[in-house]
Design a protein around this ligand. Sequence first.
Ligand SMILES: O=P(O)(O)OC[C@H]1O[C@H](OP(=O)(O)OP(=O)(O)O)[C@H](O)[C@@H]1O
Ligand SMILES: O=c1cc[nH]c(=O)[nH]1
Ligand SMILES: [Mg+2]
Length: 218
Amino acid sequence: MPHGTLRAWVVGVVHVVQHPLVQAELTGLRCRSCPGPEFRQRLRRIAALMVPAVTADFETKVISCETPLEVTSGVEMTRRVILTPILRAGLGFLDGFFDLLPDAAIAHIGLARNEETLQPEPYYLKTPPTLADSEVIVIDPMLATGGSAVEAVKRLVELGATRLRYACLVASPEGIATFEDAWPEVPIFTAAIDRGLNDRGYILPGLGDAGDRLFGTA
Ligand SMILES: O=P(O)(O)OC[C@H]1O[C@H](OP(=O)(O)OP(=O)(O)O)[C@H](O)[C@@H]1O
Ligand SMILES: O=c1cc[nH]c(=O)[nH]1
Ligand SMILES: [Mg+2]
C-alpha cells in the first residue's frame, strides 16, 4: 500500500497513510451528518486499511510449508502482536486491526481526559503477560494534546514493552510534538494531520468527540 512519510518538525517520523480509500472514508466520517452505524463502519475500514502501513517493517522468519503437492518455504511473523486500544474511542479502531491481525492479544488501557485540565485520568489497565516479547500497537482515533498517548506508552513501558508503535486516525501538530518529545523512538501512524486544537483541546477541523460519536453518548 502506498503511503507517504512526512518528516515531523520535532524529532521522529510520522507516517501519514495517504491511500485514497483511507482519505475518502475519513472525509465521510468527519461529516457531522454521518450517523453512528456508518461512523463505526468507516472507522473499522480505515483501521484495516492502515494495518499494512503500520506493520510494514514487522520481522518475519522463514518456515517450511507442505502444500498438497510438495514442500516449500514461506514466512511467519517473528513476534506476537499486542493491540492496545485506549478506552473508549480506541475500541472503534480495534476490529479493523483485529480483522487483519486475528492472532493478536489485546491490552486495554482506560484513560479519560479531564475536560477542565485536559490531563488523562487512568481508570483501567489489563495487559497480556507477553508485553516484553511482542510488537505493541497502541490505537486511538484521536491524538489531540498528546497526553493520553504519552500516558499509555508510559504505562506499557513500565510493564516491560520495548517494541511500540502508535496508530491514530487524526493527529494535531501539538499532539505529535508532545508525543515525539516524550517518546521519540515510537513511530506515529495517522491518516491525517489536522490544523490544530481549539481552546477546549479539540482537533480542528477534526471530527468532534470520537467516543461520543462511536457510542452515542453526546
Ligand atoms: O490527546 P489527548 O488530549 O489526550 O486527547 C485524546 C484522547 O481523548 C479522547 O478520549 P477521551 O478521554 O475523550 O475518552 P473517551 O474515548 O472515553 O471518550 C480520545 O479518544 C483520546 O484518547
Ligand atoms: O478532537 C478531539 C479531541 C479529543 N478527543 C476527541 O474525541 N476529539
Ligand atoms: Mg471522548
